[in-house]
Write a protein of this length. Sequence first.
Length: 318
Amino acid sequence: MKKILIIQPIHESGIELLKNNINYEFEIIEDTEISSLKSKIVNCDAVSIRTAKLPAEAINVTKNLQIISRHGVGYDNIDLKSSKDKNITIAITATANAVAVAEHVMFMLLNISKRKNMYDDSVKTGKFNERNRLPKTVELWNKNILIAGFGRIGKALIKRCLGFEMNVFVYDPFVSSDVIENIGGKKVENLEDSIKKMDAVSLHVPLTEKTKNLINYELLKTMKKNCIIINAARGGIVNETDLDKALNENLIFGAGIDVFEKEPPDDNNPLLKNEKVFLSPHTAAFTEECMTRMSIETIQNIIDFFDEKLDKSKIVKL
């Protein structure tokens, strides 16, 4: 019988796949402190994990661990070197969250462009008759948006942008022009040059040494003053201090941030008090439907792995 450690609770739909299955036993833990992880993970055959850190210190004590199934698509919370050294497979929920994240990007883009908080507050605080004094909103129609990273989320997002009749440009060195153009976008080769012409930028790239602080003050200075930046990918891609400075200097229109370099962000993070930023607590995928899909796919990836039929597209290349 295979032992599965579920680090952080997941939707019951995924757990149901394991109940009454004679091939598996499982334990759900919420304590993600390293000492607890080490004691619980040591004899497990598989791990399900959400956003908690899984460092080398924990992975290296394992005796039987064969697969780490990530509840999501990012895996920067897992130590890759120790996983590779121990020949552990890392799988992601490659198909579950694209729609939810793409919708969240549009939710942020609309809230910022339509000044949701300001307009909502004006009515609720009895300032209805002062509406003509409010700064105007902007339309999405005919605006240029750059989607940086064209995986499943990027492909889901472009459909929604085209529905608003936006002009969609895509930066992804690993996707051909034909693929992008067939969906209705236009491929750009240089991120720094193309970003200067954009009215909106949505980030969907992994956090790597190359993408860390990708959006920094020097780049922000080159953008249009009406540009909106959305980051629902990974914290650290946008330099938060630089973004705050750029917003305060009116270099860009606004920003939507779902992910932070440190989570939860420190109380003194300047973005928390910046009225030009629309924030959410790393919840772009937190729809009821998506959480159901991700829990099922997370556990199914483990089952498929041991049944030797795990889809290779869901396996992280180490």
